[in-house]
Write a protein of this length. Structure first.
Length: 224
């Protein structure tokens, strides 16, 4: 027993960041699949290269682990946004790239969508207590606000453009594409969720947001 504990401690002290990332990755998938109450820390430990004892050492308790997993999910999307390098693009192209990234990220990360859905069921109780997530999202709005300012200065975006409302509209389409796939497919079939259908929805989502943001004549053409 002591040998196992010693070996575990050696691995933990050698690369604690990797251990924590492994735990958070597994925790995210478990919480997304089973919710907070339905997830067992024992199950998370069994899927990682550490123990339940070490999970509690790093994260305090189950709620602490859930909160950190939720923060990690938001961090991933915000880190992706910072890597887009939008400043050198004209405002229309910068906005189009941001919308396309959001659509692609949400489609590729259904666990993020499920975590947000779980938080909505709980009326964002845990999210509201996380200063980390609030800070992430302030930065996201600041980035979008800067694109809006550049577009307004260039005379291509509408003057009465609210970046928070625009963020809501971008999120709404990208989120629905994942969150409502099961019910939508059951009613209307799965064609829109095949690769060709997703390309169409992605393009239409980008064009719809540009049409909201741009002055008449400055948005996407009919052929885009």
């Amino acid at each position: 027993m002591g040998t196992t504990a010693d070996a575990e401690r050696r691995g933990w002290t050698q690369n604690p960041e990797a251990v924590q990332q492994d735990i958070l990755s597994v925790a995210l998938s478990e919480f997304a699949a089973n919710g907070f109450s339905g997830t067992r820390v024992d199950t998370i430990a069994s899927r990682t290269q550490t123990s339940k004892r070490m999970i509690y050492y790093y994260f305090g308790d189950k709620l602490g682990l859930y909160t950190r997993a939720l923060e990690a999910a938001y961090l991933k999307v915000r880190e992706g946004e910072t890597q887009l390098e939008l400043d050198h693009l004209n405002p229309q192209d910068a906005l189009a790239r941001l919308v396309a990234f959001t659509f692609d990220h949400h489609r590729a990360n259904p666990d993020f969508i499920r975590m947000v859905m779980i938080e909505n069921i709980h009326k964002a109780k845990h999210l509201a207590e996380s200063q980390v997530i609030r800070d992430f999202n302030v930065a996201a709005i600041d980035k979008l606000a800067e694109i809006c300012r550049r577009g307004q200065k260039a005379g291509v975006f509408r003057e009465a453009l609210d970046p928070v409302a625009l963020h809501w509209q971008i999120s709404a389409a990208s989120f629905f594409n994942v969150s409502n796939r099961p019910t939508f497919s059951a009613i209307f079939g799965n064609d829109l969720f095949e690769e060709d259908g997703q390309k169409i929805i992605r393009r239409q989502t980008v064009n719809a947001i540009l049409s909201i943001a741009c002055k008449p004549g400055e948005g996407p053409s009919e052929n885009e």
